[in-house]
Design a protein around this ligand. Structure first.
Ligand SMILES: *Cc1c(COP(=O)(O)O)cnc(C)c1O
Length: 406
């Protein structure tokens, strides 16, 4: 005990901080702070994006069967179980016409999070620049940092098109951000947190830039099945010149409402998959054995599952978006994902999303996330606040009722 105490004292008094310089800026995530606030105030948590109902019964049963039958209880194969790799290849073919060799062009990962980290660790040299759209998913900045890369944000900006507010990519800004040190574009569509689904025209322009400047592209498409109002999800890998330079990332978490299973995947060329696997094998090696079999069955669900899921989430989006509008927020109606981004300025002239979110649980018993945490340019993100709608309709209705008290 005394030895331990002495060691702890030495550690905390030393001039050198424990957390290394690459990660020092990341501290603890806003989600921890806001979820703790939700608990201590009894608030409805529309902060973190996880569903409050589990995915299909038959997929859960498939996991139980795999466990009972002893499939996946020991280390599964490094690239993922063959059944799941085949199902991923089949899914990409059936949905998008992408032909994949399930043995060489598919890699199963511990969720999309590991796929992102492994891709960056494998493909980025220290000093390489990685362009990502801000606001960005929170693991991007940390993964770029762990890889020793330099992140170069390109800010999506609100604009009004055909009477509807949407966050837009400025292609000139993207072009201007590319330098001789740029190694990789990290793309996310449908985009968390803004709900923007990049159009075919925007993606074509991105693809042309990537080809012209010979860049690798890592594209996070975990919300591929969550698009609304007929918005089309276009996988970047389907555009000319992209197949050979694109690492596509998918996940079962969002599509099947099993975020705790952490089954994700990478699809790409054999060379890129081999590179990503080189990093992945020393992160987790393998994961989620029995769940891999269950996700293989989930991916083969009939089209009606995906259509019903989308219809259900559309209704939830509509419920929350209408409620937020009535409560006085400016709402960016999302074309995809689980999230609605709002502008708080009609309700709060200070436009300080952080202060707004810290006060919101006390004021009306709802938790949301300030989008500023997803920006390097915090001022650009200050007035925006994100609400998740992947919750039961009664929960959303109650949240909306509370928000109207503002
Ligand atoms: C949820 C999410 C992920 C993480 O997916 P997991 O499979 O749970 O690791 C990655 N990217 C985006 C944009 C997400 O919203």
């Amino acid at each position: 005990m005394a030895g331990l105490r002495r060691r702890m004292a030495a550690m905390t008094s030393s001039a050198r901080p424990l957390l290394n310089r690459r990660l020092a800026e990341f501290g603890t995530t806003i989600f921890a702070e806001m979820s703790a606030l939700a608990l201590s105030t009894g608030s409805i948590n529309l902060g973190q994006g996880f569903p409050d109902t589990d995915g299909p019964e038959q997929v859960r049963e498939a996991a139980v069967r795999a466990l009972r039958d002893g499939r996946g209880n020991q280390y599964p194969p490094g690239p993922g179980v063959p059944e799941l790799r085949a199902a991923i290849a089949e899914h990409q073919k059936r949905r998008y016409g992408i032909e994949l060799d399930a043995d060489r062009e598919v890699l199963v990962t511990a969720g999309a999070t590991e796929a992102i980290a492994a891709s960056l660790l494998a493909l980025v040299e220290p000093g390489d620049e990685v362009i990502a759209f801000e606001p960005y998913y929170d693991s991007y900045a940390a993964s770029i940092a762990m890889a020793g890369g330099t992140r170069v944000p390109v800010t999506l900006r609100p604009s009004v098109e055909d009477g509807a507010a949407r966050f837009r990519l400025d292609l000139d800004e993207l072009r201007a951000a590319i330098t001789p040190r740029t190694r990789l574009l990290l793309i996310n569509t449908p985009h968390n947190p803004t709900g923007t689904v990049l159009t075919r025209a925007e993606l074509t322009a991105i693809a042309e830039l990537a080809v012209e400047r010979d860049l690798l592209v890592v594209t996070d498409e975990v919300y591929e099945h969550l698009t609304f109002d007929g918005a089309e999800h276009v996988p970047l890998a389907t555009l000319p010149g992209m197949r050979e330079r694109t690492v596509t990332i998918g996940s079962a978490g969002k599509t099947f409402s099993f975020t705790g299973w952490k089954v994700g995947w990478v699809t790409s060329t054999p060379e890129l998959v081999t590179a990503v696997r080189s990093a992945k094998q020393f992160l987790t090696y393998v994961s989620a054995g029995p769940f891999q079999y269950a996700v293989a069955e989930a991916l083969a669900l009939p089209d009606s599952y995906f259509a019903d899921f989308r219809a259900d989430m559309t209704a939830k989006r509509d419920l929350l978006a209408a409620g937020l509008t009535e409560a006085g927020f400016e709402v960016f109606r999302p074309a995809g994902t689980y999230f609605v981004t709002t502008d708080i300025r009609p309700l709060d002239a200070s436009g300080d999303g952080f202060a707004f979110c810290r006060a919101l649980p006390e004021r009306c018993g709802v938790v949301a996330i300030p989008n500023a945490v997803f920006y390097d340019d915090r001022a650009a993100g200050a007035p925006f606040v994100r609400f998740a709608f992947c919750k039961r309709e009664d929960v959303l209705a109650e949240a909306v009722g509370r928000l109207k008290r503002l």
